[in-house]
Design a protein around this ligand. Structure first.
Ligand SMILES: Cc1cc2nc3c(=O)[nH]c(=O)nc-3n(C[C@H](O)[C@H](O)[C@H](O)COP(=O)(O)OP(=O)(O)OC[C@H]3O[C@@H](n4cnc5c(N)ncnc54)[C@H](O)[C@@H]3O)c2cc1C
Length: 381
């Protein structure tokens, strides 16, 4: 078994680490306070090819494998989880359905534009359909060569900035996961309305918006896969997306570990640095061990995906383990900072808020456990 990264993977990781430290870290706190991301930063990331990271080279992307993608995501999350999620949604759930299920015409039309930096979003969640995504109510009524979309999608990452939206909707009058269809819908489609932006606890650099469909006409040629594939496409996208969230969590967790060690090395109590106190050393040992164990699951899931082998179970395990380990790491880092951990002067306060959502989006921890239990159950039947 070989745990070494190859030259390409190391090169990509180091390039992004450098960019993140120079271009993102200095404004991370400001983006959190102001609740947004400067256009200049997005332009620089476009120029550096970040939007085409996971896209095939034939469509203008960098064609990074999933391990490389994960390493890059981790580096971005170490400095700004908000910037990170903007890019992960774009490079995974926002574009994967197009790359995997789009017709040749759809791929030719949209993937090069996405890879060049026109941002993609993923619209599944609704006011009445969260964990139970199959209960979605947005309708797609066939009318000749078009579908007419009506309904409301919520919590759409990149909702306010996106140029393209992957949307899942159902035939009117149906229930369940059959009769659901996935579409690629450009922002300028009449009837697609960008609604309110959420005022969030964390990931404040990233925008999360409501997207309404009011008699939005979408040509049938923009259907992804076949009629009835909507739910299946959304679930396939989420399997891959979860690997990205696993690495995002790891990035936040590793940043917490880093800050905790730095602080404990200089903060003196009881006649010496905190780091010399065995209890604090134990806390740091547990943080490091849990994060490294979780990392192995994330790398395994990424490796399986790169081998073209089934990875749904491992992706759910990786997302669960990484997000829970990172959450505990953030809590411990705040604890090690004492009262200062509760103040905005130290970045652990932001990491603590940012990490919380990793146990919620792209399937809550409870849903990951359902998915994992289902996989394990099948292995025994
Ligand atoms: C910042 C942010 C960004 C997001 N980005 C996107 C996006 O880009 N696109 C998109 O489509 N969605 C997005 N989401 C939505 C996200 O995926 C959902 O919030 C998530 O799936 C949970 O759904 P819910 O909020 O409706 O919670 P609910 O489904 O109402 O769940 C509430 C609680 O009940 C628990 N629960 C529910 N069912 C069960 C069960 N069967 N067994 C045990 N416990 C259960 C859940 O685990 C949770 O703890 C985003 C959310 C946030 C906060």
């Amino acid at each position: 078994m070989n745990f070494d990264l190859n030259e390409n993977q190391t090169m990509f990781r180091d390039m992004v680490r450098d960019f993140a430290r120079k271009e993102i870290a200095p404004i991370a706190q400001q983006m959190d306070e102001e609740g947004g991301m400067p256009d200049e930063l997005i332009a620089k990331m476009r120029d550096s090819g970040f939007f085409g990271l996971a896209f095939p080279e034939q469509y203008g992307g960098l064609g990074a494998d999933t391990i490389t993608y994960g390493l890059v995501v981790e580096e971005l999350a170490k400095v700004s989880a908000g910037v990170c999620v903007m890019l992960t949604v774009h490079n995974s759930v926002g574009s994967y359905p197009v790359a995997m299920f789009g017709s040749d015409e759809i791929k030719q039309e949209y993937l090069p534009r996405m890879a060049a930096g026109e941002i993609a979003a993923f619209c599944v969640t609704e006011p009445g359909a969260g964990s139970d995504a199959a209960s979605l109510a947005t309708t797609a009524r066939r009318d000749g060569d078009e579908y007419i979309l009506n309904g409301s999608k919520i919590f759409v990452t990149n909702g306010a900035r996106a140029a393209f939206y992957v949307v899942v909707a159902r035939t009117p009058g149906t229930t369940g996961h059959k009769d659901t269809h996935a579409f690629i819908v450009p922002r300028d489609t009449p009837g697609l309305v960008v609604g309110k932006k959420e005022d969030k606890m964390g990931l404040r650099a990233s925008d999360t918006a409501v997207i309404d469909f009011e008699d939005a006409r979408v040509p049938a040629s923009r259907l992804l896969g076949k009629e009835g594939d909507g739910f299946r496409i959304a679930m396939a996208a989420l399997d891959g997306g979860r690997i990205g969230i696993a690495f995002q969590s790891l990035g936040i967790g590793m940043a917490c570990l880093d800050e905790a060690v730095k602080y404990a090395a200089v903060r003196e109590q009881f006649g010496g640095p905190l780091l010399k106190q065995p209890v604090i050393g134990n806390m740091i040992a547990d943080m490091g061990t849990e994060l490294e164990a979780a990392r192995l699951l994330a790398l395994q899931a990424a490796w399986l995906k790169d081998q073209g082998r089934p990875y749904g179970k491992q992706a759910a395990m990786a997302k669960l383990a990484c997000s829970e380990a990172a959450w505990r790491a953030a809590d411990t880092a705040v604890q090690i900072h004492g009262g200062y951990g509760f103040c905005k002067e130290y970045p652990v306060e932001r990491y603590y808020r940012d990490v919380r959502v990793t146990r919620i989006y792209e399937g809550t921890s409870e849903i990951q456990r359902l998915v994992i239990a289902r996989h394990i159950g099948r292995e025994y039947s």
